[in-house]
Design a protein around this ligand. Structure first.
Ligand SMILES: [Zn+2]
Length: 154
């Protein structure tokens, strides 16, 4: 009988500093910059993992264990994603002609990752398609689904 859950990796990529970035800066430019940065992160992550949730400043993805041939690939992907994120943030900063707080604060944004090896209930994780990914609600349900604690921003 086919088991309902698989073992795999859950990955969270979370933009640090986002909450104060949005709260204290010009909202239009903050959201525009954020959408570019999230797009960059998702492009990289989706080359190996399946993205199933986007919440504000965080991208959630998973990968079944059997689909990962070498653990090193996952670490390399995280490195590459981080570099792409930093490059994008700095590129946006250097291209910005606007003196608003959001544009000036771009280099202060950072990206953190959390990877958790665990059982994954595939039926609950549906891949989301790229153009419709921008969802800004922050529901607590995802945390209980992932059973990950202490990794959200306080
Ligand atoms: Zn600006």
């Amino acid at each position: 009988m086919e088991p309902k859950t698989q073992t795999g990796y859950l990955l969270l990529a979370d933009i640090s500093g986002f909450t104060s970035f949005v709260a204290q800066t010009e909202i239009d430019h903050a959201h525009l910059a954020l959408s570019f940065l999230l797009e960059t992160i998702m492009e990289k992550i989706s080359s190996l993992l399946i993205i199933f949730q986007l919440e504000g400043d965080a991208v959630f993805a998973y990968l079944e264990e059997r689909q990962l041939q070498e653990g090193q690939s996952l670490l390399e992907l995280i490195d590459q994603t981080y570099l792409a994120f930093r490059e994008k943030a700095l590129a946006l900063y250097s291209q910005a002609t606007c003196p608003c707080k959001a544009c000036r604060a771009l280099p202060t944004l950072d990206l953190k990752f959390l990877v958790h090896h665990q059982a994954i209930a595939n039926s609950k994780l549906r891949s989301i398609s790229l153009p419709q990914r921008i969802v800004t609600t922050r529901s607590p349900s995802i945390w209980s689904l992932l059973k990950i604690r202490n990794c959200s921003q306080n």
